[in-house]
Design a protein around this ligand. Structure first.
Ligand SMILES: Cc1cc2nc3c(=O)[nH]c(=O)nc-3n(C[C@H](O)[C@H](O)[C@H](O)COP(=O)(O)OP(=O)(O)OC[C@H]3O[C@@H](n4cnc5c(N)ncnc54)[C@H](O)[C@@H]3O)c2cc1C
Length: 358
């Protein structure tokens, strides 16, 4: 299995991540440490212009997600013309086929029932019941994988205790089957509640659970420090939501620099770290850091999304690293798909090309 294979020789790192720009006035006191001097590079004009264009594209697509007209049209045509690249199917059966295929390639997996904020306790109970079925199938089919879910899908926007009760019952159910549940991190108003629910679960003795931190939020270094006594299992991401400058770095270069700095702390101190990114420069920096610090490949894994950089996923497995592919399913794929478009505005062209193709 990939996890036990010794570390391979590193490939040369293309370009290191530049240092974070000075934090804005509203940023809390904790500064984001900059990478060592040797790793600092100034982006070229073209890179800078591209980064700005992408940032505008990202904001525009995330803002358009709430437009009923956009939603109606993308929902109508999206699955046929692009969303299937990121979502292997709308049913659990279709998803299981994809999970087995990924496992056969040496990739670990997680799955998620697509869907977000529910409006009432009955809907949330329905989601809990669907997740029990997913957990049963993962166990019965001996899939090397786990579940990642959103607390708003389990009722967080209705009531925090409701979400806790629901996720606690699922974490216990998963534990009986030797499975793990990760709670995704959603938009910034949900971060406090998500972290409270995570620590409540751990205080109640549930170790088969983890959550996610986002490097774009100024608060994340403080959140990471507060979680240290738990020796948590955390996934680190850059962050996928439209956030105001008062809470999140507006510049991608700062988000990337914060990512590297947080990743190093997490890898050094946490029980397990999911390095969730498709950013090859960061992946190379993480590989170099773990080799230098003697951190074994059983203490971390790379995590990527289904359909994004599949060759890189396989290459990392071949080099002896653990790689998990997040593979969601379900009919409610619209917001998930829009976030994928926003991450890479060029995806919109891909989507548009498919729409006009005869
Ligand atoms: C396993 C996993 C779980 C996640 N969970 C969460 C979560 O709980 N909360 C949250 O806020 N965010 C989550 N995200 C999303 C994350 O925050 C980023 O939005 C996303 O990963 C894109 O950033 P990046 O790190 O890949 O780097 P980027 O700098 O955005 O991208 C680096 C390179 O990756 C490729 N790439 C990235 N995204 C795409 C795409 N959509 N289509 C095609 N190519 C792409 C491109 O080649 C790009 O140049 C998750 C991401 C992953 C991989």
């Amino acid at each position: 299995m990939a996890a036990s294979t010794p570390d391979p020789a590193p490939t040369p790192s293309p370009e290191p991540i530049p240092a974070a720009a000075p934090a804005a006035a509203s940023v809390p006191a904790t500064p984001v440490p900059t990478p060592p001097p040797g790793s600092i590079a100034t982006p070229s004009l073209t890179e800078d212009a591209l980064a700005r264009l992408n940032a505008y594209g990202r904001k525009g697509i995330l803002a358009a997600t709430n437009s009923p007209l956009v939603a109606e049209n993308v929902r109508k045509y999206g699955m046929r013309f692009g969303a299937s690249r990121f979502v292997p199917g709308t049913t659990l059966d279709e998803c299981i086929v994809a999970l087995k295929d990924l496992n056969a390639k040496g990739l670990r997996v997680n799955t998620t029932i697509l869907g977000e904020a529910v409006d009432n306790a009955e809907q949330a109970e329905g989601v809990v019941s669907e997740y029990r079925t997913v957990l049963d199938r993962l166990a019965d089919e001996r899939i090397d994988g786990n579940v990642a879910l959103k607390l708003t899908h389990l009722g967080l926007k209705v009531d925090e205790d409701l979400a806790y009760t629901n996720v606690e019952s699922l974490v216990a159910y998963a534990g009986e089957r030797g499975l793990f549940i990760r709670m995704d991190m959603e938009d910034s108003p949900t971060v406090d509640a998500t972290l409270r629910i995570y620590t409540r679960l751990r205080d109640a003795g549930h170790d088969n659970t983890g959550t996610v931190l986002q490097s774009y939020l100024y608060r994340t270094p403080d959140d990471l420090a507060a979680l240290a006594p738990y020796r948590p299992n955390l996934r680190l991401v850059k962050g996928a939501y439209l956030e105001p400058e008062s809470v999140a770095y507006p510049k991608k270069a700062d988000v990337d620099a914060a990512y590297v700095s947080l990743a190093e702390t997490m890898l050094r101190e946490n029980r397990f770290t999911g390095i969730a990114t498709h950013d090859e420069r960061i992946i190379d920096q993480v590989i170099a850091f773990t080799r230098g610090a003697g951190i074994g490949s059983d203490r971390f894994e790379f995590q990527m999304l289904y359909g994004i950089r599949p060759q890189l996923q396989i290459d990392l497995v071949k080099r002896g690293y653990r790689v998990l592919v997040a593979t969601p399913f379900g009919p409610d794929w619209y917001p998930f798909f829009m976030r994928r478009l926003a991450e890479r505005p060029a995806n919109v062209l891909f989507f548009a090309k498919n729409l006009i193709r005869p």
